[in-house]
Design a binder for this molecule. Sequence first.
Ligand SMILES: [Zn+2]
Length: 161
Amino acid sequence: MEQFAKTGDSCPHPDCSEYGKRQDGKQKNIQKYGKTKRGVQRYQCCVCKRTFTATTGTIFYGKHTSEAEILETLALLAEGSRISSLSRVKGYKEDTILSWLRDARKHLEAVEEILLKDYRVKRGQLDAMWATWETKAKKDTWKRLKVDNFGVPRIWIEIHV
Ligand SMILES: [Zn+2]
């Protein structure tokens, strides 16, 4: 389990003064904070008081947009904002937001935990968001299947595999 010790080294929230700072052993600003239902270690940052798990910061790994920004967009979606208006207000393409939803879906448990705890999204709102997303994704699948005459439609694989 030692290899996971490092995940609690720094605060994953970019607006916190401890963001990205390694703890030097003398002064620990990140402390263990119980476990999730699934037994994943949870940490709390003593500076911003927010909690996070070992997966925080890795869900949207490799994306250009920060995880906090993606999660905030998803929280707004769950709270009933439409993808089209979020796209207008935040300046992201609808396809980009949909791709975040797809990624979020792959890390369902971690994403839900963060949205419920840190963004105060309600359970029912999350369920509604996934339901809406699945409808939209299915529609897109058919669109894509008609458009793509060559190769395997990527979106189909992402949804069905
Ligand atoms: Zn912090």
